[in-house]
Design a protein around this ligand. Structure first.
Ligand code: HEC
Ligand SMILES: [Cu+2]
Length: 416
């Protein structure tokens, strides 16, 4: 009879091969692309299957027929303990490392696009290593004990009673304490790193409302934009305020997130380092159209940004009624589209001049009077196929007569 440890290793290796084959098959059956998940995912699945197989496998490799050393036998002392510990350490390293690598390669986060994302992602990676280690520490000791130290047939004796182990207790108190303090230190320094504004930071004012965003650039004569255009490689200081309820500014690629609270100005720092288009999302449930409270972020080279910021600095007075209306209507675009797509409410594209079916079965011509009534008194005439009492009823108080005229002019301009 071979040594139990050798038997166990052989069993495990054979199970591992079977595990790989099985997990490969499962992935093929599920149509999962190996490239998307990586070999490490496969390894984890394989190891889990292998551990399961080690426990249940019957036949020539059946563990029940093994002759494990008796713990209280003379020769079965230190030697076997060392062997068990070695085997357990290898398993912990393999499984812990596998889990950590898997988590780190699983593309859980979108491409990092800000300088702030780097220390944060590094912290997360470090945490994944700790998570992998702790997972393996618990599951390996448990699995190993279940397999190796299981009760043999006919053995009805109680286990050995052990009480206390001072060295172990001191270790498992001090080691985690140091680890937690170290992580606290890393967290504090990372937080300081990403929340310290530089003097050359560019201020952008963020105006959040139900349900949309507006951005203005005091450095460029209060230029306003519904998109968040940003130069690359310059620190941006966002000064944020809300008109109504609590919102939260979040661009997943930038990693950082900050609540926008009515009656207060909150701050957030971002340093875009990657050109491209991203989306601002509201991360605080803020009402019906919360999910469509989006804005586009354009990160561009510094020169391109300068050119954009310097262009079209039109004073409000020079705008046409429809152009002013377009700006006012930003607050409606969480629910109304201008491109024909249906959101919470009907699209405004080609709306003016058409016949609108109402929920009560009648039809009405969309003219200025109807639009005005729809804005001030949204529940008076409900459009067929749309819910009543969803559009806020307070616009008659929030908007002035002229502003409503401007919005109507804007909706008219979308008729072509
Ligand atoms: C919370 C979502 C929401 C917001 C915000 C919203 N609306 Fe609406 N709106 C609706 C819904 C739903 C309807 C369809 C039901 C109805 O007629 O009230 C509608 C209908 C309308 C109509 C009639 C459209 C048609 O096809 O006949 C107009 C005009 C309109 N809204 C204008 C506005 C304006 C202007 C604003 C911003 C000042 C605005 N809405 C903000 C949800 C919204
Ligand atoms: Cu919101």
């Amino acid at each position: 009879m071979r040594r139990p440890t050798t038997r166990l290793l052989i069993t495990f290796l054979v199970s591992l091969v079977i595990g790989y084959a099985l997990s490969w098959l499962i992935m093929l059956l599920l149509g999962v692309e190996l490239r998307a998940y990586g070999v490490s995912t496969l390894s984890i699945v394989a190891i889990l299957i292998a551990m399961f197989l080690v426990i249940v496998l019957d036949g020539p490799l059946n563990l029940k027929t093994f002759e494990w050393p008796e713990p209280d036998e003379e020769e079965a002392g230190r030697d076997d303990n060392v062997r068990h510990l070695l085997l357990v350490s290898i398993l912990i390293a393999a499984i812990g490392g596998g889990v950590a690598m898997w988590l780190n390669n699983a593309r859980l986060l979108p491409t990092p696009a800000s300088a702030e994302s780097i220390p944060l992602d590094n912290l997360l990676k470090l945490h994944f290593w700790v998570i992998g280690f702790l997972f393996a520490l618990v599951s390996v000791f448990m699995g190993y004990s279940i397999v190796v130290f299981r009760r043999k047939a006919g053995d009805t004796e109680d286990g050995v009673y052990m009480h206390g182990h001072t060295t172990l207790e001191v270790l498992w108190t001090v080691v985690p304490l140091i680890a937690v303090l170290y992580f606290g230190y890393l967290g504090a320094t990372s937080l300081a790193e990403i929340t310290t504004p530089k003097p050359e930071a560019m201020v952008v004012e963020v105006d959040a409302f139900q349900w949309g965003w507006n951005f203005s650039y005091p450095e460029f004569g209060d230029k306003k934009s519904p998109d968040l255009n940003l130069p690359r490689d310059r620190q941006i200081l966002l000064k944020m305020s809300s008109r109504d309820v609590i919102h939260s500014f979040w661009v997943p690629e930038f990693r950082v997130k900050q609540d926008v609270v009515p009656g207060r100005t909150t701050q957030l720092l971002v340093t875009p380092i990657r050109e491209g288009q991203y989306k601002v999302r509201c991360a605080e449930m803020c009402g019906l159209a919360h999910s469509s409270m989006l804005a586009t972020v354009n990160v561009m080279p510094a020169e391109e940004f300068q050119a954009w910021a310097a262009s079209g600095g039109v004073a409000q007075g020079d705008l046409t009624s429809a152009e002013r209306g377009a700006q006012l209507a930003l607050q409606c675009l969480g629910c109304h589209s201008t491109d024909g797509s249906q959101l919470v409410g009907p699209t405004w594209q080609g709306l003016f001049g058409t016949q609108e079916m109402l929920a009560d079965g009648s039809t009405v011509t969309v003219d200025e009077a109807y639009l005005r009534n729809s804005i001030i008194n949204p529940n008076a005439q409900i459009v067929e196929g749309f819910p009543p009492s969803v559009m806020p009823a307070g616009y008659g108080d929030i908007l002035s007569e002229e502003e409503i005229d401007d919005i109507i002019a804007y909706i008219k301009s979308l008729a072509e």
